[in-house]
Design a protein around this ligand. Structure first.
Ligand code: PXG
Length: 291
């Protein structure tokens, strides 16, 4: 049996899960989304994901037709219906069907769909050996043009960056802002370790307020590790002691090379490993049980 997809109030098969060609999510990338992990029959940090989703929707004046409580239940139900103990949920709210003009006011019914599936994760060796990252020439959206805080369906900035990463044969990309400071990776947040202190760019430098990033901010103090937000230059990253990235799909993964420079001794560092271990315990127990 194929996937059961929640679409606008009911569960339908993959074949039946269709959206109109007049949906402004498709015509203009007008909508918001979340990617969420399921660990051990729990939806990991679901409240935090919903807070970000409703926040982004508010900014673009998109009224989600379900309350956060209702949506929470629908996410859990979609996971249950698909019989998943571990997996990945894609939650999407589009502006809905309108006419060919830009106006969202002509779209009266936003669409909500939820896909619960499995996830292709990096092979184990990535976590043992680390990733190679390449600085892309595509700059992160200027927050005055499109706030990186809105996890919108408009991902061309990242698609362009990802094409560069593929061309370079790297694992992930590093994106700079208009001032030349590091913001984040293409679909992950970015961290360095300098003299025992974990540092990551502030969200107002152009980084998404990632949920896994937030988990690192929760875990670091309990591990006795100092963590702070700071603008980072590329040079500072090249000479840092350790680097890692965080994201829903990647979790916490070590970065061992940036632009062909080995970070530290070119091996995953001790603080990165400590945080990875802490995260492994955290992910199993933290979250909303699906039943
Ligand atoms: N930055 C950007 C720009 C992202 O899109 C993250 C950071 C990490 O945030 P979380 O909340 O996941 O810790 C993201 C994550 C995927 C996928 O399949 C992930 C994202 C977007 C598209 C696909 O992993 N966003």
């Amino acid at each position: 049996m194929g996937l059961q997809i929640f679409l606008d109030g009911k569960f339908v098969s993959e074949e039946e899960a269709k959206i109109s060609v007049f949906d402004h999510g498709l015509l203009y990338g007008d909508g918001v989304f979340e990617g969420i992990r399921i660990y051990n029959r729990r939806v990991f940090m679901l409240d935090e994901h919903l807070e970000r989703l409703y926040g982004g929707a508010k900014v673009i004046r998109l009224e989600i037709p379900l309350s956060p409580e209702e949506l929470k239940e629908k996410v859990c139900e979609t996971v249950r219906v698909n019989g998943l103990d571990d997996g990945y949920v894609r939650l999407v709210v589009t502006r809905g069907k309108g006419d060919l003009g830009l106006s969202p006011m002509k779209c009266s019914n936003p669409s909500v769909f939820i896909i619960a599936s499995t996830i292709k994760i990096y092979p184990d060796e990535v976590y043992r050996e680390g990733l190679k990252v390449f600085t892309v020439s595509t700059r992160r959206n200027n927050p005055d043009s499109l706030s990186p805080q809105i996890k919108s369906l408009n991902y061309l900035n990242h698609v362009l960056a990802h094409l560069e990463v593929l061309h370079a044969g790297a694992d992930e990309g590093l994106m700079l802002n208009d001032q030349g400071y590091v913001t984040e990776c293409v679909v992950d947040n970015f961290f360095i370790v300098e003299d025992g202190v974990v540092k990551t760019p502030p969200t107002n430098a152009g980084a998404l307020a990632g949920i896994t990033r937030k988990a690192v901010f929760m875990l670091a103090p309990t591990e006795g590790i100092e963590i702070k937000e700071e603008n980072l230059s590329l040079v500072e990253c090249y000479v840092s002691d350790e680097c890692f990235l965080t994201g829903t799909a990647a979790e916490i993964a070590p970065i061992t090379h940036i632009d062909e420079r080995a970070i530290g001794d070119g091996r995953p560092g001790p603080i990165t490993k400590k945080l990875m271990e802490a995260f492994h315990e955290f992910r199993e127990s933290y979250g909303t049980p699906i039943d």
